[in-house]
Design a binder for this molecule. Structure first.
Ligand code: GLC
Ligand code: CA
Length: 562
C-alpha cells in the first residue's frame, strides 16, 4: 500500500471554545491553545484539527461563519493565530482547519448583499425560491436543527434554503463565482501554511435543481431533504475541481464530513485515484440505534458495531482510507456511550475503547478529553444546555409537539446531546478544572477533581499514558497503520476480536466490551513463546490466557521466522 504522512498521523481535535481560556472571560481561545501545545506534544499527536475559529455570530458555535479570513474576537486575533501555527509547527504538529462552506452565516457580507434584491450581484450566491400558494415555504423540507429548511425574507418576498439554522443559509455551489470565491479563500489559508482541511457537511453542497417535497417520517412535521441534497448531482465534480485548483497544489490532509455516506460513495469521495479527498467520516457506527431520529437511549449492540466497523475496514482496503473515531464535538463522550463511565469501570473501559479503535487500519482521531476518559456531563436542567440542536429539539418535541415529556427528553439529552462533548477541558483539580479563572460559558463537569490532565500526566497508569503508548506503537509498527484487517468471532456479543496481518507479521486485538469475565480461546500462534504483548490494560505479559477481565484489552504481536 502506498504510504502517506496523513495515513500514519494521529489527529487531535480541538473545540476552541472549550479547550483553554487565557484571559478569564470564560471562553477558550487561541492563546490558550498555544499555551497547551506542550501537552499535545507529550501525548504525541501529529495533527490538530481545529474546529472553526473564524469570525462568527456564534449561532452554532462558529459553524456559522461571517468572515472566512478573520478570527472571532473572542478567540483572539490573526496574529494569535499565526503565533499558534508557528508554535505548533515548531513542535512538529500540523494544523488542519475546519472548512465550513456548505453555508455561511446570514451575517456574511455575501448574504447581506444577496438578500437586498433579486438583481444584486450576490443574489445567486444562495438558494432562493418563491413561496407556494402565497405564504407557504417552497416545499416541506425540515432543517437539521428543527423547523422548516426555508426562511421567508421580507425584502424580496422570497424564501432561502438553510439545511441547518436560519442563520446558516446554504451557498449555491452551482454558481461558478461561489466556487471561485471559496477556492481563493482556501488558497489564502494554504499560503499561510496550514496543513489541511476538515470539510464540514461537504456531502451536502450540491442540490438537485428540482426540489420536490420529501417523505415525512412517522411522528415528524417536516419532509426529508436528503435524496435531493446529500451526495447531490454535482458533488464529485465540484470536489474534483477543488482538488485541481487548490488541494493538489499543497501537501495537505483532507477529510470530508459526509453524513449518510455508504461504502460505495466513500470510494468516490476518497478513492485513491479519484482526486477528491484523502478520507471521509462515516456515521454508521455512531448512528446505531437511531431508528426514528437521534433522541433515544438505545444501547449499542456489539455485534452490530463490529459488523459496521469491519465492513468499513475490509471494503475500503486498498481502495480508500478510513478515518477512525468514536467521538467529536457532535457526539456524546465515547466512554459514556460505548464503554462504562461508572467509577469502577471508566478507566479500564476508556483504555479498552481506545485500543479497539487505535489498532485498526485508518487515521485515528482523538477528541479533546477523550485521552483522559472524560465522561458525559449529565446536566439536570434544560437551562444548562447551550447547543442549538439540543435546545431546538427540546422545544419542538416537549413544548410544541408534546411527543416526549420533559424528563424523558432530558434523559435523552444527557445520553446524546452534543453539549456532553463541549464542557470545558479538565486540566487540573483547581476551580473550573483550570480551564478559566472566570465563569465558563458552559458548566464544567463536576468530576474534574478526579478526572483531569494534571493527575493523569503524572500517573503512568492513567488513560492519558495509555493513549500516549497507543500513539507511540502506531509510529513503531507499520502493521498497525497498513496491515490487513480480519474480524474474528463476528457473532460473539461480548468480545471484539480482530487480527491484523502484514507480510510475516501478525497482530491480535482482543477487547472485552462487558463488565463480566469472559472465556476466550486463543489462536495458537499467540500462545507461543516469542509472541509479544504490545499493550494491555491489565499489565499482562503473555498470551497464554483463558479468561478476559472486565473491559480488558490486549494486543499481541507475532513475527514468524522466515
Ligand atoms: C457539522 C458540524 C456541526 C455543525 C453542522 C453545521 O455537522 O460538525 O457541529 O453544527 O455541521 O455546520
Ligand atoms: Ca478567553
Amino acid at each position: 500500500m502506498e504510504r502517506a504522512w496523513w495515513k500514519e498521523a494521529v489527529v487531535y481535535q480541538i473545540y476552541p471554545r472549550s479547550f483553554m481560556d487565557s484571559n478569564g472571560d470564560g471562553i477558550g481561545d487561541l492563546k490558550g491553545i498555544t499555551s497547551r501545545l506542550d501537552y499535545l506534544k507529550e501525548l504525541g499527536v501529529d495533527v490538530i484539527w481545529l474546529s472553526p475559529v473564524y469570525q462568527s455570530p456564534n449561532d452554532d458555535n462558529g459553524y456559522d461563519i461571517s468572515d472566512y479570513q478573520n478570527i472571532l474576537e473572542e478567540f483572539g486575533t490573526m496574529e494569535d493565530f499565526d503565533e499558534m501555527l508557528a508554535a505548533a509547527h515548531e513542535y512538529g504538529i500540523r494544523i488542519v482547519m475546519d472548512l465550513v462552506v456548505n453555508h455561511t452565516s446570514d451575517e456574511h457580507k455575501w448574504f447581506v448583499e444577496s438578500r437586498k434584491g433579486i438583481n444584486n450581484p450576490y443574489r445567486d450566491y444562495y438558494i432562493w425560491r418563491n413561496g407556494k400558494d402565497g405564504n407557504e415555504p417552497p416545499n416541506n423540507w425540515g432543517s437539521c436543527f428543527s423547523g422548516s429548511a426555508w426562511e421567508y425574507d421580507n425584502a424580496t418576498d422570497m424564501y432561502y434554503l438553510h439545511l441547518f439554522s436560519p442563520k446558516q443559509p446554504d451557498l449555491n455551489w452551482d454558481n461558478e463565482k461561489v466556487r471561485e470565491s471559496i477556492f481563493s479563500m482556501m488558497d489564502w489559508w494554504c499560503r499561510k501554511g496550514i496543513d489541511g482541511f476538515r470539510m464540514d457537511v461537504i456531502s451536502m453542497i450540491s442540490k438537485t435543481k428540482e426540489m420536490p417535497n420529501g417523505k415525512v417520517a412517522d411522528g415528524r412535521l417536516y419532509g426529508d431533504f436528503s435524496p435531493y441534497c446529500v451526495h447531490g448531482p454535482n458533488v464529485h465534480r465540484y470536489l474534483k475541481e477543488m482538488n485541481e485548483k487548490v488541494l493538489s497544489r499543497y501537501n495537505l490532509m483532507t477529510v470530508g464530513e459526509t453524513a449518510g455516506v455508504t461504502v460505495e460513495e466513500a470510494k468516490r469521495y476518497a478513492g485513491k485515484d479519484e482526486h477528491e479527498l484523502n478520507m471521509v467520516f462515516q456515521f454508521e457506527h455512531v448512528d446505531i440505534g437511531n431508528i426514528n431520529g437521534k433522541w433515544n437511549k438505545n444501547p449499542v449492540p456489539l455485534v452490530e458495531l463490529k459488523r459496521i466497523m469491519s465492513k468499513w475496514q475490509t471494503e475500503l482496503e486498498g481502495k480508500a482510507w478510513n478515518s477512525l473515531y468514536f467521538s467529536n464535538h457532535d457526539q456524546p463522550r465515547a466512554v459514556s456511550r460505548f464503554g462504562n463511565d461508572s467509577e469502577e469501570h471508566r478507566d479500564r473501559s476508556a483504555k479498552m475503547l481506545a485500543t479497539c479503535l487505535h489498532m485498526m487500519q485508518g487515521t485515528p482521531y482523538i477528541y479533546q478529553g477523550e485521552e483522559l476518559g472524560m465522561t458525559n456531563r449529565q446536566f439536570e436542567d434544560i437551562s444548562q444546555f447551550r447547543d442549538i440542536e439540543s435546545l431546538n429539539a427540546y422545544h419542538d418535541l416537549v413544548e410544541v409537539m408534546h411527543s416526549m415529556d420533559k424528563e424523558e427528553m432530558l434523559s435523552c439529552l444527557q445520553y446524546k446531546s452534543r453539549d456532553n462533548a463541549r464542557t470545558p477541558m479538565q486540566w487540573d483539580d483547581s476551580m473550573n478544572a483550570g480551564f478559566t479563572t472566570g465563569k465558563p460559558w458552559i458548566g464544567v463537569n463536576p468530576n474534574y477533581k478526579k478526572i483531569n490532565a494534571k493527575e493523569q500526566v503524572a500517573n503512568p497508569s492513567s488513560v492519558f499514558h495509555y493513549y500516549k503508548k497507543l500513539i507511540a506503537l502506531r509510529k513503531k509498527y507499520p502493521i498497525i497503520v497498513y496491515g490487513l484487517y480480519e474480524l474474528l468471532l463476528p457473532d460473539d456479543p461480548n468480545l471484539y476480536v480482530y487480527r491484523r496481518a502484514l507480510d510475516i507479521e501478525q497482530m491480535l486485538v482482543i477487547c472485552n466490551f462487558t463488565k463480566e469475565l469472559q472465556a476466550v480461546t486463543m489462536p495458537e500462534v499467540f500462545e507461543k513463546n516469542g509472541c509479544e504483548v504490545l499493550i494491555s490494560n491489565y499489565g499482562r505479559d503473555n498470551g497464554k490466557i483463558q479468561e478476559l477481565y472486565p473491559y480488558e484489552a490486549l494486543v499481541l504481536y507475532y513475527k514468524s521466522e522466515v
